[in-house]
Design a protein around this ligand. Structure first.
Ligand code: XIL
Length: 449
């Protein structure tokens, strides 16, 4: 993407991104800023002798850790599953009107030709690839067009621990069930999001969790049990229906190379990640299990820390199958080219990867930075970088946009993005019609298959 980009502009963007990360993180009352070393904040460690030794205290720059023993290894082969063989992609929705494939070797009606008259869902399904949308809720008007354009869905909020259980002992699965029913009725693959997330009490996790943990005689054991119960209950409820889970969301600090000092990390150190993955694997051995993270750039300390963490998890036998990479970026974001190397590096660890949360926002400077280009055309170029990086990686199994259409996007309600609302960051416009980025992704899928 050729975008004019001077130093002042980049600094301003960086400030806005920092502000954005800070605000999201601010719901967590102790976001370990990890200014240089990424050390966990010992002052906040719950005084828990059982866990201090190998968990919270000493290590925390990712890469030299010593925690869960190899005994926990589950020598599974789920990481090798070939997603293209998955039933969910072989469904009828792919074939409806475009790819009547009875003609055997005749490929004139394939969706994988340039400019084929196919929807994104049809093209993706034929390629054995997932193109998904996050669903705001079971009554969102955009749901009507989801099966036409997407072959995968994620609940934007409904399956988060704090949405299911606003309080630890007060759970309600009705909304999540409704979205699962919608997916089943329309033959859509489901990504489950997210079993354990340290941000936003009452949303990412139960609102009373931290208090209960801190009051417990043995906080480590209490929290371990709570994670284990929640993960087993939720994953077994949807076993066989959720194809992949974001088991842990955003374990790393916003910047730097350390873990985020949330309630999970402060109490259990990195062990909480192992606990969640082990429970999920036992509850549904066939589900692909992901670690999901967001990044403000696709190179630098956080990228290195994330790769080191993945490697450690693999090395100590944690049943992880893949990494979810968020992509909440600006249309004018520079320096996205490293994304491709990053995805390949994840695949090199033997893990799948998916782009789990894409949206391309505009920003205060977009007029200036786009130099007169149409927003939607520049946005198509930005999406193209992500689509190309994913499709050219050895095992990037899908991409998901964080919303269905431009009439509903979380960016319009979160600072600093909300200053520039409407952000119009998705693949369908407010009338539910495909935008240029939609066709770019469709072409890219065809090109790479
Ligand atoms: C966001 C939702 O879109 C909002 O509706 C909600 O208020 C807060 O969470 N990273 C994630 C997602 O992993 O779960 C977040 O979703 C966006 C950032």
């Amino acid at each position: 993407m050729s975008v004019k980009n001077n130093g002042a502009t980049r600094f301003f963007l960086f400030l806005m991104l920092l502000l954005s990360a800070g605000l999201l993180a601010s719901c967590d009352d102790d976001d370990d800023p990890s200014t240089s070393s990424g050390q966990a904040d010992d002052d906040d460690a719950v005084d828990d002798d059982a866990s201090d030794d190998d968990a919270v205290g000493d290590d925390d720059t990712i890469g030299d850790d010593d925690t869960i023993g190899d005994d926990d290894t589950i020598d599974d082969d789920t990481a090798d599953d070939d997603i293209a063989d998955d039933d969910t992609t072989d469904d009828d929705t792919a074939d409806d009107d475009a790819a009547d494939d009875d003609t055997g070797d005749d490929d004139t009606d394939t969706c994988l030709k340039p400019n084929a008259d196919c929807t994104l869902a049809e093209t993706a399904a034929e390629a054995g690839f997932f193109v998904g949308a996050a669903l705001p809720g079971s009554t969102d008007p955009g749901l009507t067009v989801v099966p036409t354009h997407f072959n995968s869905v994620t609940a934007e909020n409904a399956m988060k621990w704090g949405s299911l259980c606003p309080l630890l002992e007060q759970c309600d699965y009705a909304e999540a069930d409704a979205l699962m029913d919608f997916a089943a009725a329309n033959n859509l693959r489901v990504r489950g999001h997210a079993l354990v997330w340290g941000k936003i009490p009452g949303h990412g996790h139960p609102g009373d969790l931290e208090t209960l943990v801190n009051q417990a005689p043995d906080p480590y054991t209490f929290l371990q049990q709570a994670i284990d119960d929640h993960v087993r209950t939720t994953v077994s409820r949807y076993a066989g229906r959720v194809e992949s889970w974001d088991v842990v969301n955003e374990p790393l600090a916003a910047i730097g190379s350390g873990f985020e000092g949330n309630i999970f990390y402060r109490t259990m150190g990195p062990d909480y990640i192992d606990t969640a993955f082990l429970a999920a694997h036992e509850a549904d051995p066939n589900a692909r299990l992901f670690l999901n993270e967001y990044f403000m750039a696709y190179e630098g300390p956080k990228i290195e820390a994330f790769l080191a963490l993945l490697e450690e998890l693999v090395d100590r036998g944690v049943p992880i199958d893949g990494a979810g990479i968020q992509g909440h970026v600006y249309v004018t974001e520079p320096e996205m080219s490293r994304l491709s190397d990053f995805l390949v590096a994840i695949n090199d660890l033997g893990l799948d990867v998916e782009l789990t949360e894409l949206d391309m926002a505009k920003n205060a400077l977009w007029d200036d930075m786009l130099a007169g280009r149409e927003l939607f055309d520049a946005q198509a170029d930005a999406y193209d970088i992500f689509a190309t990086a994913c499709l050219s990686a050895p095992a990037c199994t899908g991409l998901t946009t964080w919303g269905i259409d431009d009439s509903h996007t979380w960016l319009d309600n979160v600072l600093p993005f909300e200053w520039f609302a409407p952000n119009l960051p998705l693949l369908l416009d407010t009338e539910l019609e495909p935008k240029p980025a939609y066709f770019t992704i469709r072409e890219r899928i065809a090109e790479f298959n």
